[in-house]
Design a protein around this ligand. Structure first.
Ligand SMILES: Nc1ncnc2c1ncn2[C@@H]1O[C@H](COP(=O)(O)OP(=O)(O)O)[C@@H](O)[C@H]1O
Ligand SMILES: [Mg+2]
Length: 384
């Protein structure tokens, strides 16, 4: 299929000229003659590239670029700024506003064609690299204490037993209960990575911080030393660590704890799939609805989110599956039954329940959710 290019220019002659040139090269062309229209078309048409004029009456190209970059659905579209100005300052402003390349008018057709080709090739290479990365499954709680860590650990264990190469990452410095549950006394992996210069972050350095559980599951652990909660969780660093993990394992499960910190927001946007954990009670369900709304605003829509309720204690007053779906306005993908004794036993044995008791009812539920997520991820990958 031809790549689609959105050309934005208030000068109609220039719009036609560039459009014709690129059409001859085999591209599909969409045009806009004003800033607001450009944003609307970028959202509706999802072009592969935008060629953007700077000087326009309603909204200049810098502002258009900034708005496109602020919207999750358009933020990754490459932009070539196109303008009559030749001042260096304007180029800098263009790059700061998010442009990938810069062209000055009048441009030679050959130069235009080669820049367009180069930017599109870079984008294709980036996408190819992303397609080879392992799946990133982000697990986040609607509030603390609902069973997020227990679910993340058992899903990872279930996934690792069907397809080896699963990595479980605990990215909550100072609150890393996962290490304790699995029998690791010292858990310095994440802290070591967060405290080294970003230039030292590479696949080898990240791989060296992984520890192996006796079940074969590989882990990146956070400590439980409270003061480590102050470590700088720079979004680009956390994202970089997870990207390297995705190069080391086919499946990476990350326990995000709770809340939309800048780092969590970044991870959620980059995740292949997100599991929101809650419990069948009114307060957590309302908090879940609020979280789902915020996720939606981040560009993480229903197609990429599964909801799992953990029923930690049986009670006659808990909310039914149907009523919970009504409160959430969404389907629920799974419910984990109470298993208090088994979970305590599993901690004593330093093993996930899934490994300790393969025949338990709760194990079957963890496995079912793991299977559902795998098939959903597979489907969304196929349809792009
Ligand atoms: N299915 C379950 N049945 C009973 N207790 C559970 C279940 N899942 C988790 N728990 C318990 O709930 C508490 C919180 O679990 P945890 O996974 O640490 O939650 P979070 O990560 O959301 O804080 C723990 O004491 C854990 O043992
Ligand atoms: Mg937890």
């Amino acid at each position: 299929m031809a790549e689609k290019i959105l050309i934005v220019d208030d000068d109609l002659d220039s719009l036609k000229l560039i459009g014709l040139m690129l059409q001859r090269q085999g591209y599909e062309i969409v045009a806009a003659s004003a800033g607001a229209q450009a944003i609307a078309k970028a959202t509706a048409e999802a072009p592969d590239l935008i060629i953007l004029d700077v000087m326009m009456p309603d909204m200049d190209g810098y502002e258009v670029s900034r708005r496109l970059r602020a919207n999750p659905s358009t933020q990754d579209i490459p932009i070539i700024m196109f303008t009559a100005k030749t001042l260096v300052d304007d180029k800098v402003a263009g790059f700061e506003a998010g442009a990938d390349d810069y062209l000055t008018k009048p441009t030679h057709p050959a130069e235009l064609a080669s820049r367009v080709k180069a930017v599109l090739a870079r984008r294709a290479a980036k996408r190819g690299a992303a397609a080879e990365l392992g799946t990133l499954l982000a697990v986040i709680g609607a509030k603390g204490g609902v069973g997020t860590t227990t679910l993340a650990m058992n899903l990872a264990a279930a996934l690792n037993s069907t397809s080896e190469g699963t990595i479980l990452a605990d990215v909550r410095p100072g609150q890393g209960s996962l290490g304790i549950s699995l029998g690791f006394g010292r858990a310095t992996g994440l802290a070591n990575l967060l405290t080294r210069p970003i230039t030292d972050l590479n696949p080898r350095a990240v791989g060296a911080e992984l520890v192996s559980h006796k079940s074969g599951l590989r882990l990146l652990l956070s400590s439980v030393r409270p003061r480590e909660a102050n470590l700088n969780m720079a979004p680009e660093v956390v994202s970089g660590i997870l990207r390297h993990l995705r190069g080391l394992g086919k499946m990476v499960v990350v326990d995000l704890g709770t809340g939309l910190s800048p780092a969590n927001q970044r991870v959620l946007r980059e995740a292949t799939h997100v599991i929101v954990v809650s419990e069948p009670q009114r307060i957590p369900l309302n908090m879940t609805r609020a979280l789902l709304n915020d996720l939606n605003d981040l560009g993480v829509g229903p197609g990429r989110v599964s909801i799992v309720l953990v029923n930690r204690a049986q009670s006659g007053l808990q909310i039914s599956w149907q009523e919970a779906e009504q409160i959430l306005g969404r389907e629920i993908q799974g419910v984990i039954p109470p298993a208090p004794d088994l979970i305590l036993q599993a901690v004593e044995a330093a093993q996930p329940v899934v490994n300790l008791q393969p025949d338990a009812i709760v194990t079957a539920q963890f496995q079912k959710i793991a299977e559902k997520v795998v098939s959903q991820v597979g489907d969304s990958r196929k349809t792009g």
